[in-house]
Write a protein that binds this ligand. Sequence first.
Ligand code: NAD
Length: 515
Amino acid sequence: MARKKIRSATTLAIREAIPVRAGDGALAPNERKLNFGDRWSYAPAPEQSDYIRVRPRYQLFIDGKFRAPHSGRYFDSINPANETKLAEIAQADAHDVDLAVRAARRAHRKVWSGLPGRERGKFLYRIARLLQEKAGELAVLESMDGGKTIRESRDIDLPLVAAHFFYYAGWADKLPYAFPGRVPCSLGVAAQIIPWNFPLLMAAWKLAPALAAGNTCVLKPAETTSITALHLAEILQEAELPEGVVNIVTGAGDTGQALVEHDDVDKIAFTGSTAVGKLLTRAVAGTRKKLTLELGGKAANIIFEDAPIDQAVEGIISGIYFNQGHVCCAGSRLLVQEGVFPAVIRKLRDRISTLRVGDPLDKNTDIGAINSRMQLDKICELVESGLQQGAELVQPRMRLPEKGYWYPPSFFTGVTASHRIAQEEIFGPVLSVMTFRTPEEAIERANNTPYGLSAGVWTDKGSKIFKVVSKLRAGVVWANTYNKFDPTSPFGGYRESGFGREGGLHGLLPYLSLS
Ligand code: NAD
């Protein structure tokens, strides 16, 4: 009953908000509305894709060569924007995984671990330059296979992929300086399992530090987005990376499990869901294998009354709608201080109606396709639970393409901390908005989650940033910005968001033993 009262009061506040005029008759900044008129529209601006060579079949990459899977089985990779089959991907079983681990072990023993750091660095620089050279083609492939917009794959994913290789190339011959007074030594064979939301970027986050530190790798991409990893394998061949230093086995959870359970793996690096992360923790317990986990999140993005509201609204947009909301550190819980709640909600409602959902290969598209039918079903199920539990859904009126997997940019108001949409990762373009009165309440609400990956704070006051940030239990906190990534900066969480860091000097540590 009490909850209902609060909800109707907020709705009223939005409806009754009367524009406040400043002395000169102009609207106060918080009351200004975006007006795009109705005479402007975008012409289609498709990225050229007819030159892209998608192979009908992709094989496993083991010991420097492409080879058919032991089982002879393949599975389909679907373009989520039109539901057409893009290619067949080899399904690796325990036998293939064994071949890959053996190849990696041989390469570690015979070549890679004995190579001087500056030589390893040269290979990494070469890979980075080849990635830059082929960035256009890889960005298109990434968008076709995963549904992300070309704007993001071209301007964010691919530049960061190359930057990670460049950055860790620089560390390869400087490991003793990275850890003064210690003797760094590679671990051996690293098993690396990655998710589908940033396929090549996650591969780069894993491979670049592991190789710089002198390890060899067996990488398992996610089953819906394996294609660009296999194009990366071609780049590794072109860079003449010694055979077996990087091996790529494709397949679903079974393949990942076979890799995790292989006796001759020294290190497991996993990025994915918390549920699978917990399975891995159990599988590794009692073995000598080292483990790092980068798992899910339910980040709070906190807007204080003194924040620059227009910029904060842009931060909210990039915090939750970037990459269709398929982002572990997405600002998926918006906490707004009560005084600015009506203004923020109004601006947010206006802003999401300007977002363009559609063809990922169109350069004007803001929100691309949902990665898979399964993920779309998961988003719909959680949205339904939000409605059932009494929250109010705001969605712009828009026509979605008929074929493919789509979800409009959405947000919920009237959310309470106990709602599933406030607790569980939706991993889609859906935001849960809540309010707070004091900084203490904002901190308490932000920390009221089993996760601890990221958070955002928007305020005019530097002192408030320091005060609040020091009390937020999150691995990464952005102040007056959101979703900014850089290879020099460590990323990772704690609690149910995992442990270990990727990026920066810290990203080398999980791949080294220090004596
Ligand atoms: P997922 O856990 O289902 O799958 C991740 C990877 O693990 C895939 O390659 C999958 O095939 C493999 N896998 C599945 N079952 C396995 C098993 N039993 N043993 C070994 N491997 C197994 O996750 P997803 O749906 O692909 O990705 C989304 C999740 O990843 C979200 O929860 C998101 O928050 C998280 N994520 C975290 C980060 C981070 O840095 N913290 C980054 C990106 C994504």
